[in-house]
Each structure stands twice: as structure tokens, then as C-alpha cells.
Design a protein around this ligand. Structure first.
Ligand code: ZN
Length: 394
């Protein structure tokens, strides 16, 4: 299914430029960029919902409200043309009881708040996808569909796997494929075999081929792979993850965006040699092995940190698209008592919060201000590649 998002081009810039300058060279340049489109994608790690978050969201009237969680971060997400993350819970309905670990089930309003925060899509493949069985899978997708949130990674079909997602963002087609290393509570069997996308080279090749063979109007200009994988709480990716990233890039993936370890892992911007049209080409491919928790009830350092990863993609008039800029914004899951004395979880945009603390030193408790500064440094180290590919986005 192809989803369309707002379309902008540099046409206005080109028109203004030609009106202002008589220089033929400048105008020629402008015309050449007239049909160039640049889009900005924001990607985050896992949206989790532990028991403590369910309790914090419970209102006096018995409803659940998660909108406060994203009040601080939403202005940042609004800067993206398209934003997505991984939904690491299911929406199996109230009758199934709302619980956190080990078998997640969250109120539908959990997804409503994610949408209101500015997220445009969700991947749904992770080790908790099947926490409430087939009913949980099916109802989660029904709720996401009803909210108009595109998704990929799980399906209620018991015949075929989830189709990759293609979204049209400003005229650039972005393909998203999503897989998990496995499931808590064992493997899928029998009629549920197809419902969750499991990491499997044959399946991934099939999905990439499916995308590459779509009619041109729907064919992705860029393919992003969401992998739910890696060892929990490890700050470095394993040799197996590094090797698998190379495989993904050679198979046609443009960027790897992983999660699951609950912490942010060291990133790489890999040089991948590929044979293209009979000649060797070196491609730069970002491997973001784990973006950590975007929101969760986990408090142990550094599980309360995460990151927003930024990808800027430019599509030229001739149709070629490439990633032209990479960025990151560290995030912190703050747990506080709000003005009404209630417990509140909220995702802080760390660079922004540090600036706020500089201007108003009593805005956050001293230990939180200290922690925010630490996070800024720690995440900068995780995003320091040899060629300084990632810039801090505030
Ligand atoms: Zn997980």
C-alpha cells in the first residue's frame, strides 16, 4: 500500500532566485534544482509500555491518557517530514487486561498519543508482538488502521507475511521492511507462522525484490530496514550484527535502523562495495544498530536514554535518490511528579532541555540536569564516526 505525504520542492526557491538575479549561471543552477526534492525522516527506537506507565496514564474517570509523554519532544518530531518507531506492545483490548512486562497489552490511547506526537507510521515486529497471541496481533493492526497509522512487521494473515510498507514523502518513495530476531515465549507455529516477520535472509531478499519490482510510481527510492535484535544492555553491536549489516546493505538496504537492546549502541557509517552495472561502486550506508527505548518504564542507566535519528534524503530530477545528511538527537525518559502531584513519564529532547536548564537552573532537579549533560556527552560518543557523519540536531 502506498501512503502519500505532503509534497514540497525547491520550486519556490528557484523562482525567487531567478527573479532576484540576472546571472545566467545562478538561474541555470536553480532550474536544475527545480525538481529536486529533499525530505527529512526521523526514526526512533522502541515504544514500550510497562506497568508503571499504565498506572501513570490512568485518569480519574478510568480512561488512559499518554499525551503528556510527548509534550516536550513533539516540537522536534514536527520538524520531520515523516517519523516512525517500533511499537513494542500490543493493543489487545481492555478485556485482556492492561499489563507491562512480561506479556504487554496497552490501552488504545497509547497509539493515539504516538500519532498526536507527530509519528506517521509504526513497525510492529518485535519479541513482544505475539504476547497476546493472534488476537493481540489482529486487534493491534485494526486499531492502527482505524487511526490511519501505516505499519509493517506483523500481519493478521495466516497465509502470507506482512508486506513491506511504502510511503510517499514529498514525492520520494520510502520503503520500510521490519523483522524481529524472535519472540518471547517461543517460536511461531502452525497457522500463526506468517504473522510476525522473523529475521531470515530468504524472507528479507524476497521483500527487497518485491519492493524493487513494484511499478515505478510505487517503487521505493530508498529502503530502510528496521531490525529488532541484538544483545540487551550492550553498548556495542556484536560482530554478528556488524556482519549482518554488511549483508543488508549489499542486498539493497540504504539504512539500518535497529532497536531492542534498551540502550543506544555505537553507530557506523559503512563503506559498502557493490557491483553496479558492471563496475565497482563504494556506497556509504548508515548502520544504527540500536536506538534504545524511546519511551519505557525502565529507570536503570542508560535505559532511560534513547535517540531520534535523522536522515535527509535528496531525490534529483533524474530520479536518483540518496541520503545526503545524517543526524541524531539524544532523548531522556523523565519520570517526575507533575503539578497535580501525579507521576508522569515524558520524553525530553536532551539538547533542548540542557539549554532550558542553562537559562533556568531550577527548572529540573539538580540530579536530572547533571544526567542530561552526561547523556549529551555519552550519546555524542556513540555517534562519533570516523568521518563525523552524524550532526547533533537540536
Ligand atoms: Zn524487544
Amino acid at each position: 500500500m502506498l501512503f502519500n505525504y505532503r509534497i514540497h520542492t525547491f520550486a519556490l526557491f528557484a523562482a525567487l532566485c531567478c527573479a532576484s538575479f540576472s546571472c545566467a549561471h545562478l538561474c541555470a543552477q536553480s532550474l536544475s534544482t527545480q525538481a529536486t526534492t529533499r525530505i527529512r525522516l526521523a526514526v526512533v527506537g522502541d515504544f514500550m509500555c510497562h506497568d508503571s506507565q499504565v498506572s501513570a496514564a490512568l485518569q480519574k474517570d478510568g480512561s488512559y491518557d499518554y499525551t503528556a509523554c510527548y509534550a516536550h519532544i513533539a516540537p522536534l518530531i514536527a520538524k520531520a517530514d515523516f517519523a516512525f518507531g517500533n511499537l513494542e506492545t500490543v493493543l489487545a483490548g481492555k478485556a485482556q487486561k492492561y499489563t507491562g512486562y512480561p506479556a504487554f497489552n496497552s490501552p488504545d490511547s497509547y497509539a493515539v498519543a504516538i500519532k498526536q506526537a507527530g509519528f506517521d507510521a509504526l513497525t510492529t515486529a518485535n519479541n513482544h508482538s505475539f504476547d497476546r497471541g493472534y488476537i493481540g496481533i489482529k486487534r493491534t493492526l485494526t486499531v492502527l488502521d482505524s487511526l490511519g497509522i501505516p505499519h509493517t512487521g506483523t500481519t493478521d494473515s495466516q497465509q502470507e507475511r506482512s508486506k513491506p510498507l511504502v510511503v510517499n514523502v514529498h514525492g520520494v518513495n520510502v520503503g520500510i521492511i521490519a523483522y524481529t530476531y524472535g519472540l518471547n515465549g517461543g517460536a511461531l507455529s502452525g497457522q500463526n507462522r506468517t504473522t510476525v516477520n522473523i529475521v531470515d535472509t530468504t524472507a528479507i531478499r524476497t521483500d527487497i525484490q518485491y519492493l524493487q519490482e513494484l511499478p515505478q510510481a510505487e517503487r521505493p527510492d530508498i529502503i530502510l530496514a528496521s531490525l529488532h535484535w541484538g544483545a540487551e544492555y550492550q553498548l556495542q553491536p556484536s560482530p554478528e550484527q556488524r556482519k549482518f549489516a554488511d549483508w543488508l546493505f549489499r542486498a539493497g538496504v540504504h539504512a539500518l535502523l535497529g532497536a531492542h537492546p534498551h540502550v543506544v549502541q555505537t553507530v557506523e557509517n559503512k563503506s559498502v562495495v557493490r557491483v553496479m552495472e558492471g563496475r565497482l561502486d563504494t556506497l556509504q550506508r548508515p548502520a544504527i544498530y540500536s536506538m534504545g527505548n524511546f519511551i519505557s518504564g525502565q529507570r536503570t542507566k542508560p535505559r532511560e536514554t534513547g535517540v531520534v535519528v535523522w536522515l535527509e534524503i535528496e531525490k534529483s530530477a533524474s530520479g536518483g535518490a540518496k541520503i545526503v545528511s545524517l543526524g541524531y538527537t539524544p532523548t531522556y525518559i523523565d519520570k517526575r511528579r507533575n503539578d497535580e502531584g501525579r507521576t508522569e513519564y515524558r520524553v525530553l529532547n536532551v539538547p533542548q532541555a540542557v539549554k532550558e536548564a542553562d537559562q533556568n537552573p531550577t527548572l529540573y532537579p539538580a540530579n536530572i540536569t547533571k544526567r542530561l549533560r552526561e547523556i549529551l556527552n555519552d550519546i555524542a560518543k556513540q555517534f562519533a564516526t570516523q568521518n563525523n557523519s552524524f550532526r547533533l540536531v537540536e
